[in-house]
Design a protein around this ligand. Structure first.
Ligand code: HEC
Length: 78
């Protein structure tokens, strides 16, 4: 079925899932529960800004993955 091929192509371009990225890239050293108290004290804009700069050289060099992790951590602070 040609439609399946089209779906497969789309799936490859789906943005990374932040929860999964965290599990793969971050969880071996820290859990969300451990990071959240300090992170969630920051204002959302500050948190995003900090993570964007910090994670670029801390295990999330890929911009799309970094954004996904930031979004995920935002959700964890809500
Ligand atoms: C190899 C282990 C390791 C991995 C993998 C790792 N970290 Fe870290 N991280 C650390 C250590 C150790 C510290 C504390 C020491 C420091 O400040 O450098 C830290 C500190 C932090 C901090 C606190 C920074 C601050 O100054 O308050 C955040 C936030 C953080 N990591 C997020 C992440 C995220 C998100 C990922 C995944 C993309 C990740 N870390 C992957 C080891 C790791």
């Amino acid at each position: 079925m040609p439609a399946l091929t089209a779906l497969d192509t789309t799936a490859a371009e789906t943005p990374p899932d932040g929860k999964q990225v965290f599990k793969d890239r971050c969880a071996l050293c820290h859990t969300v529960r451990k990071l959240a108290p300090e992170l969630c004290e920051k204002l959302p804009a500050q948190r995003r800004d900090f993570l964007e700069r910090y994670l670029a050289s801390h295990h999330a060099p890929d911009p799309a993955e970094r954004k996904a992790v930031r979004d995920y951590l935002d959700e964890c602070c809500d």
